[in-house]
Design a protein around this ligand. Structure first.
Ligand SMILES: [Ca+2]
Length: 415
């Protein structure tokens, strides 16, 4: 009797199945819950599946959570990575573009020519990519703009071939161009920056960069300046050895939103954690907001930023996000045109949970004690990076999309 050594069909099926299983589990171990993702400079390379979608035909009408029906209109779509927006008294809009241009929109029409007289800046890489540097960032008007016509810009200032920093330039608006432009403050910290005038006329400036816990550097702080860039004598650390006198608060990571609370006059700030731990903070003189010692976020590699996430020993945030929504821009809505949103805080989101193409506008409702009651994501399906949100003199909300084909969107009540 001959014994066959060739495998039977059922054995072949089992062998193939086993081989397939081995191949399938070689890259990611089934059951371990782990996935290997590609990294670039210590940060996971973000998937681009949803990013870069063009805006749909406008206007778009939405129902929203509080019953506030809205219509979203594109004022212009011809901006390239717009960063910040300021309204002139006549309703015209000054808009910065990250490549170092200041633009103006008059009566809803974008002037094709950038405003002359603005300073020379440095920028690099596409907005949203790790290591991106913005040229022009924030723009703000002096509280007495009607009399002095002062416009303030934060921008990345090249110092020489290799070095750069953040500066505040001030110029006078003559109705067509900026004149008498010069730097009123040149920081020793590169990175992003917002500015806002407080009720007492001082100018708050956020910084990123190294040494957020070191009171003797300007990185990772909020600075408080006079309108000419000098240091107010009532700053919290004036005269203290080892402290920079312009420092107002410490322990910030990357603050892209500043807004004065319309009731209390307090300065509110939002800042980005890494993978989670985005925060809204209320700024109090001399306080430490914790970064990088404490944070509710995770590092980009996965572990918690702090061993026991919390804010013990530091100023806790008023609001925090886990995962990150990449906060940018912030405004209180105080108008009557969108009555169900009166008093709410609006925060721009560049992307949610580290997935590009998931930026949106966030609305937060607080009670009288500034305790959060409700949070809503708006404009999600537009899939745009929302860089900026402002209330216009017409009591409507305006947002900027941080996109190659960047837009100014107006949110108005739907008829
Ligand atoms: Ca904090």
């Amino acid at each position: 009797m001959r014994i066959s050594h060739s495998p039977k069909p059922v054995q072949i099926v089992w062998f193939v199945a086993l081989a397939l299983l081995l191949v399938a589990t070689a890259g990611s171990r089934v059951g371990s819950g782990q996935q290997k993702v590609p990294f670039d400079n210590g940060i996971p390379v973000a998937p681009r599946g949803l990013a870069g979608r063009p805006l749909p035909k406008m206007p778009v009408v939405y129902d929203t959570g509080e019953g506030q029906r809205i219509r979203v209109v594109a004022v212009t779509r011809a901006l390239e990575y717009p960063w910040a927006l300021a309204f002139l008294p006549d309703g015209s809009m000054l808009v910065t573009e990250r490549a170092g241009r200041l633009r103006i929109i008059r009566n809803g029409v974008l002037d094709p020519n950038p405003i002359a007289g603005a300073p020379v800046s440095y920028w690099a890489l596409e907005s949203g990519l790790p290591g991106a540097v913005h040229g022009f960032m924030d723009v703000a008007l002096h509280p007495q703009f009607a009399e002095n016509h002062f416009v303030y810009l934060t921008y990345t200032k090249p110092l020489d071939e290799k070095r750069r920093t953040v500066a505040i330039a001030r110029g006078r608006w003559d109705g067509r161009a900026l004149t008498e432009v010069h730097d009123i403050f040149v920081a020793d910290a590169a990175g992003t920056s917002r500015i806002a005038f407080a009720r007492d006329g001082t100018l708050f400036m956020t910084t990123t960069g190294s040494g957020p816990q070191d009171p003797n550097t300007q990185g990772g702080k909020v600075l408080r300046l006079r309108d000419d860039g000098s240091v107010p004598s009532d700053n919290p650390f004036v005269g203290r050895t080892g402290y920079r006198p312009e420092v107002y608060t410490l322990g910030h990571r990357s603050s892209l939103g500043l807004a004065v609370h319309p009731g209390t006059g307090e300065m509110w700030l939002n800042e980005n954690g890494p993978n989670g731990g985005d925060e809204i903070n209320i700024l109090k003189p001399g306080r430490n907001y914790g970064w990088p010692v404490v944070s509710y976020g995770r590092t980009y590699q996965g572990p918690w930023q702090s061993e026991v996430p919390g804010h013990a020993g530091f100023e806790p945030p008023l609001v925090y996000w886990v995962p990150a929504i990449a906060v940018s821009g912030m405004a209180f809505y105080t108008g009557d045109k969108l009555p169900k949103w009166k008093g709410d805080v609006f925060v721009g989101s560049l992307r949610t949970g580290e997935i590009p193409g998931t930026g949106h506008l966030e609305r937060i409702l607080f009670n009288e004690k500034m305790e959060e009651l409700r949070r809503e994501s708006l404009l999600v399906d537009l899939r745009q990076r929302i860089r900026e949100v402002r209330q216009g003199p017409d009591e409507l909300l305006y947002v900027l999309t941080d996109e190659k084909e960047g837009a100014v969107l107006r949110i108005e009540p739907a008829p």
